[in-house]
Design a protein around this ligand. Structure first.
Ligand SMILES: [Zn+2]
Length: 143
């Protein structure tokens, strides 16, 4: 049975020797990683046990920090790709919806909300290979 504080992850315990909080120090490091070739940074917490010398992320907080950082990068760049495609090809959000056969308002929603992985990849591919837009237009016109 977890106590309330353990449940919230507030109690920090060395996974090697079981020492508690007063023996554990926290260091913050700025770490740079790449996600689909896009660099991003996050602040990593590194725990060190003064009793046994073990080092690591004793609470699992870094996994959450990485996930949050990737979510932010995906949305920022995804929205940037959509806006770039609109500018470079003189397309409105509604004209993108029509071109892709999406419900009207879908592209506009993506511009203002979290961008999902598949949306990010699709618009990145459209940005890198704009000739696909011509293929989509041709398909749209075919009976
Ligand atoms: Zn320890």
């Amino acid at each position: 049975m977890f106590s309330d504080t353990q449940h919230r992850g507030a109690i920090m315990i060395c996974p090697v020797c079981g020492s508690e909080k007063d023996k554990i120090s926290i260091t913050n490091n700025i770490v740079e990683k790449h996600w689909f070739g896009i660099p991003f940074r996050y602040q990593e917490k590194l725990n060190t046990c003064s009793w046994c010398g073990s080092e690591g992320d004793f609470t699992g907080v870094n996994d959450i920090k990485i996930t949050d950082a990737i979510d932010a990068v995906r949305t920022k760049y995804g929205q940037g790709y959509i806006e770039g495609i609109m500018e470079n090809h003189n397309l409105s959000p509604v004209s993108i919806d029509r071109l892709l056969g999406l419900d009207i308002g879908t592209t506009s929603k993506m511009q203002n909300n979290d961008v999902k992985q598949i949306e990010f990849l699709f618009f990145r591919l459209l940005k890198e290979y704009p000739q696909v837009l011509k293929v989509l237009e041709r398909w749209k016109l075919e009976p």
